[in-house]
Structures are given as C-alpha cells and as structure tokens.
Design a protein around this ligand. Structure first.
Ligand code: NIG
Ligand code: FE
Length: 385
C-alpha cells in the first residue's frame, strides 16, 4: 500500500476526542495516509518517511465535511417559488408536491445524473460523507427507485416516504402504505427512516407509527422536527431514542431540556432559515444547555438549495452564536455521530483518509471569508476527488 505524507500543514484539525481543545488542533503538522486510512498525525518535525510527499505550504487541513441531511433525488426547479418567497410569500410544505410531480415524470437516468452533478458540487466544497433522502417519489415504485439512485452515491440513505401526504389519498391510507408495502420495497435500499413531523405533513402519532415500523424493518430513525413551528417532533425523537432530530428551529424550554437529557443530536440546517427568511435556531442556547449540535445543508429544491457546508458554517457563526471551532466540529465530528459513524469526521490513526485542504492558514477563514471558494483539495479514502 502506498504511503503519503502531507507536511507543512499550518493547522491540522484532528477532532481527536481526548485533545486539549475542541478541534484537537496541531500546528506545523504532518499527516500520513496509508492507502485509504490515516496512519499517523503529529508535528511535522516528527513525521515518519513515506513513499510520497505533499507540501501543504502552511495551509490548513481539516476532516472532510459530513453532510448528514440532504434531499438530492429530485427533478424540476423551484426558482420561481424562491423568488415569490423573497417577495413576501411564506414558505409552505405544500411546494413539495411540485417536486414530486417532476420527480415522478423523470427517468432513472435523469435522476441519477442530477444527483451526480450535485454530489460533485458538494465534493468541490469539501463534503466527503453525505446522507441522501428519498421523499419526492411518494409511490412505492418512485420511493424505491429514489433510494436505489441514492445508493449509487452513499451508504447513508434515508427512506422519507412520510414527507407529505400525496394528493388523492387520505393520511390514514398513506401512512398504511408507508408502513406497509412502501417500507418493504424501500428497506433494502435504506439505512435510515425519517418523517416530516409538522402541521401540514404528519402529526405525532403518524410520525411515531412510521418510525416504529421502520425500526421493526431494521432501519434507524431520524426526524424532521420543529421546522415551521413548535410541536411534538423533538420530544417524540427523544422518546424514541433517535440518533438525530433535524431542523429544531422552534424549540420550547422543555424541548431543549429533553434534548440535553438525551443522547439525541440536534441537527441545525441554517441554510433553510437563510433561504426561507425564517428566524435562525438558537444554537448557543442548545450548546450551553449541553445539547450535541450537528450542522448540515438540507440541500433540496424547496426550502434550501445550497450544497455548501462552508456557507452553513459561516451562517452558524454569524447568525446562531456558534464559535468557528464549534461550527466546524458540528459539521464534521458531530455530523458523523449523527450518522453513527466513527470512521469519518476526525483525522486520527485508523480513520478514513477524508481530507479537506483549505487555501487558508486556519479553519477560522471558513466563517471569516464567507462565500469564497476556499477548498483547495478534497480526498475521499485517501484519493483526490
Ligand atoms: O427539509 N421539511 C421538509 N422537507 C424539506 C423541504 C422540502 C421542499 O420544500 O421541497 C426540508 O426543508
Ligand atoms: Fe430536510
């Protein structure tokens, strides 16, 4: 196996769990890749010999970003809906049906090439692990093929048949379909199950029924919760011991306390608030209460069409009270935990060699230089992508 030493790293972020600072930062560092994994990290002066050498020239090297929440399998465009929103119309979950119609009409090849384009866009911005949901099919066949398409790009696939109730069916009939034949067809292609627990989508009992059925079929649960208003979602997620509840925009004190007492991660998606002109969630209050916070994009054609984790980090720092270190940790180590992954999100011996080199001396520049394409190189499993 070929070994490569990356040396003259101005700042290496390891996210080592036992480090003196949150990010496990090492200055003037080196990192050795052996095949697909990290073999060694430390001070450049102590670096062992390797077959190849890459000179980072003082730039920062970070763990690849982990985007634990995206909806990339879709067709169509909702730019007009975005423009109307910027002119004052509020965001409503009903726009999902527009994308469902376009997705059902698309061929498998069209869906696959569209996902490929978005995944390439993410890679260029430093994302090395991503989760992809279904949820724009809403028939047995269209949900199953959405997940089969997603599986070509990631192991972290999520069955979101319970995204919205399609026209022409009752909520009761649709939940029976989602928890029955649709789940059966989708489970082989999915690792996770999700539901949109919100007024206008699925209520607490319906979301619980979906998550419990998914668990019985071997899927792990996550939930869209408290996005458009306060509601039962976060507490349901905690009650069911879910790995993560996502959005968490509108939280009561009881929701924050329930999260703090649980192992459930709150995934914040600030691109959504940016793109829907909603108030941002209070990340500071969550962190101060002891809640584990992850950051992800939610990349989707309706509420947030960004694929950029660097943008989300900048928003989290500017708008949600996170420090640059907390925001980066949330988009790497904690986002990995939100996918129950210990092989990614950190650069320690044995981890997958998923690396981002910034054209900047430190991670601070992700928030300090918003909108600037700072990612100079991305490696997945030791290979440049
Ligand atoms: O995560 N909240 C539900 N689903 C997506 C939005 C879907 C859409 O508007 O197309 C979200 O924001
Ligand atoms: Fe989402």
């Amino acid at each position: 196996m070929t070994t490569t030493v990356i040396t003259h790293i101005g700042e290496l972020v390891t996210n080592a769990p036992d480090a003196h600072d949150l990010l496990g930062t090492i200055r003037d560092a080196a990192l050795v890749v052996d095949g697909t994994t990290v073999a060694w990290v430390g001070a450049a002066v102590d670096a062992p010999d390797a077959d190849q050498m890459v000179d980072a020239g003082g730039r920062a090297l970070l763990p690849g970003f982990v985007d634990s929440h995206s909806h990339l399998v879709f067709a169509g465009d909702r730019g007009e809906e975005f423009a109307a929103r910027m002119a004052g119309r509020p965001y409503a979950a009903g726009g999902i049906r527009t994308t469902v119609a376009a997705t059902q009409a698309a061929t498998d090849e069209q869906l696959t090439s569209h996902v490929a384009r978005l995944v390439a866009e993410m890679r260029r911005q430093g994302t090395t692990t991503l989760e992809i949901k279904s949820g724009y099919g809403l028939t047995v066949q269209d949900e199953a093929r959405s997940l089969a398409v997603a599986r070509q790009f990631t192991e972290e696939t999520t069955f979101l048949g319970a995204h919205v109730v399609p026209d022409g069916t009752t909520p009761e009939e649709y939940v029976a379909l989602v928890t029955g034949p649709m789940l059966e067809a989708c489970a082989p292609h999915a690792r996770w199950i999700d539901a949109f627990c919100e007024v206008g989508a699925f209520d607490e009992d319906q979301a619980r029924a979906v998550l419990v059925a998914g668990r019985a079929a071997g899927l792990k649960g996550r939930l869209h919760a408290n996005q458009l208003g306060e509601g039962p979602g976060v507490r349901l997620g905690v009650e069911l011991g879910l790995t993560a509840v996502d959005h968490c925009t509108h939280l009561s004190d009881a929701d924050v306390a329930a999260l703090a007492d649980s192992g459930t991660i709150a995934t914040l998606l600030p691109g959504v608030e940016f793109s829907t002109r909603q108030p941002y969630p209070d990340a500071r209050a969550l962190l101060d209460a002891g809640v584990r916070v992850a950051l992800a994009t939610d990349c989707n054609p309706g509420s947030c069409f960004t694929s950029s984790i660097p943008l989300c980090i900048a928003l989290a720092v500017r708008e949600m009270g996170m420090t640059p270190a907390e925001a980066l940790h949330a988009a790497t180590a904690t986002a990995a935990a939100a996918l129950e992954r210990s092989d990614v999100g950190r650069l320690v011996p044995g981890a997958r060699a998923d690396l981002v080199m910034l054209d900047a001396p430190s991670h601070l520049h992700l928030a300090y230089r918003p909108g600037v394409p700072l990612v100079a190189g991305t490696w997945v499993g030791g290979r440049p992508v």
